[in-house]
Ligand binder design. Structure first.
Ligand code: PFF
Length: 447
């Protein structure tokens, strides 16, 4: 079975799919709002630190397991170790993927609303101030439920029909366009009256603001943004060829992903200070500020139509990857057909997604630990399950699997200096697990 698995044909294919999964709403929507609520500069610094010392080693660990076994997360654990309990990490990955798919689709649904509003010119005709109210009005109503379901239907069609190849080909072309547009918007933001204040907010760390919530938030953002800790990178790397250099691909994915998040920050924060928005506005931040940016741009309606369309596609390449975890599990472990598996995944996400969409309106009063359903799903998956999954995966690769497998995978068909190999293994054995453990302990108030 493992021998006739399809493999990514080209180097670009490898990078485009892993980056396609990593780059999405996490960079453009979640990063600015998390940075905004956690004090800006200090958050950014911690986020980059976690990407470097924990994120990249964990991506390598997932790659080693994925390509080393050419199996999904369950199969990979089973193949590499006789103790069956390790595969339980896979269950956490599946639960996390469903929770993320549910709330992520709500935000992807917002991009669809903004896309249609841009197409019809609705965005441009709103006056400043009213626009801010209009997000509240929209998000507390029923339309977000409709868009969440529409988005999940798109996702289902792609997962079901296996037209992934088409989407991936399209995104190979369209994602670079998104990148260019982001750079243009950055330049535009740098000329805004609030540019200096915005950039200071984003880049000047105020260490007095670093507390355990900033640490947990930054670690969670690093995991969420890189799509790690739940088996996504593992399943994608099971399609890598033997020639794909793992460490280089991990570093490349992480750098591009971080770059997009920083670009989004440079776009949003100058605008936040120019238009007098609240940096700590939470999940609605980007959706309130972006229309203001488009409003002052010449040809703003065209820009916003294009931008929201590309953002929708970027979300889709991310949701396809998270659905894949669940669908592969339903097919390979429960023996369902691919069609049933995709429908079951979509059905669950539609139900939970509806609850998430309503948690800004009708269900806003329903709270668990003081959090709405949307916030709870986000917090539990990004800040708890993914880092915990990442910690266990790096412990597994660092301590429990045959060192020869690790070295063979890291080397691939190329060569790697011995010191570098030792550094990666050292990070997997000690740095990543201890780092994640310390952040958890800080979160629990133990240290
Ligand atoms: N990394 C994606 C983003 O930043 O938008 C979100 C994501 C995709 C998380 C796939 C988890 C996942 F498995």
């Amino acid at each position: 079975m493992s021998d006739n698995r399809v493999q990514f044909g080209t180097k670009l294919g490898v990078i485009a799919t892993t980056v396609g999964s990593a780059v999405g709403l996490g960079n453009i929507w979640r990063f600015p709002y998390e940075a905004g609520t956690h004090g800006g500069g200090a958050f950014l610094l911690m986020y980059i630190f976690f990407i470097l010392v924990i994120g990249i080693p964990v991506i390598c660990a997932e790659f080693i397991m994925g390509r080393g076994t050419r199996r999904n997360i369950f199969g990979a654990f089973r193949m590499l170790h006789s103790c069956r309990q390790w595969a339980w990490i896979g269950y956490m990955g599946i639960i996390a993927s469903i929770l993320i798919l549910s709330f992520y689709s709500v935000v992807a649904g917002w991009t669809l609303e903004y896309f249609t509003q841009s197409l019809t010119g609705g965005i441009a005709s709103m006056d400043y101030g009213v626009r801010n109210q209009s997000f509240d009005e929209f998000s507390t109503g029923w339309r977000p439920v409709m868009w969440t379901l529409v988005f999940l239907a798109f996702n289902a069609v792609i997962v079901l029909r296996g037209v992934r190849k088409g989407i991936e080909k399209a995104s190979n072309i369209l994602m670079p366009i998104l990148f260019v547009i982001l750079i243009l918007f950055c330049v535009n933001s740098l000329f805004m009256p609030g540019a200096r204040e915005g950039l200071e907010f984003l880049f000047k760390p105020d260490f007095s603001k670093v507390d355990s919530s900033v640490l947990i938030g930054a670690l969670g953002q690093a995991f969420f943004s890189l799509s790690i800790g739940l088996g996504t990178m593992m399943i994608y790397s099971s399609y890598f060829s033997e020639e794909t250099p793992l460490v280089k691909s991990a570093a490349m994915t992480a750098s591009l992903d971080t770059l997009v998040a920083i670009l989004a920050g440079i776009i949003i924060f100058p605008a936040v200070f120019t238009f007098d928005a609240e940096p700590a506005a939470g999940p609605k931040l980007v959706f309130e500020v972006l229309p203001d940016i488009f409003h002052q741009l010449p040809g703003g309606v065209v820009w916003s139509t294009l931008f929201f369309f590309l953002l929708f596609l970027a979300s889709l390449t991310s949701t396809i990857s998270m659905s894949e975890i669940c669908v592969a599990f339903f097919c390979e472990q429960l023996g369902l057909s691919r069609k049933r598996a995709a429908l079951l995944n979509t059905g669950i996400a539609m139900t939970l997604g509806t609850l998430c969409a309503l948690s800004f309106g009708a269900l806003n009063g329903f709270r668990i630990f003081g959090l709405t359903i949307f916030d709870l799903f986000d917090y539990a998956s990004s800040n708890v399950m993914l880092p915990l999954g990442g910690m266990l995966i790096s412990i597994f690769v660092g301590w429990f699997i045959d060192r020869n497998v690790v070295v063979a995978q890291l080397k691939g068909t190329g060569t790697i200096p011995g010191w570098f190999l030792r550094l990666v293994i050292f990070s997997l054995k000690y740095v990543a697990p201890a780092g994640i453990g310390l952040v958890f302990l800080a979160g629990l108030g133990v240290i």
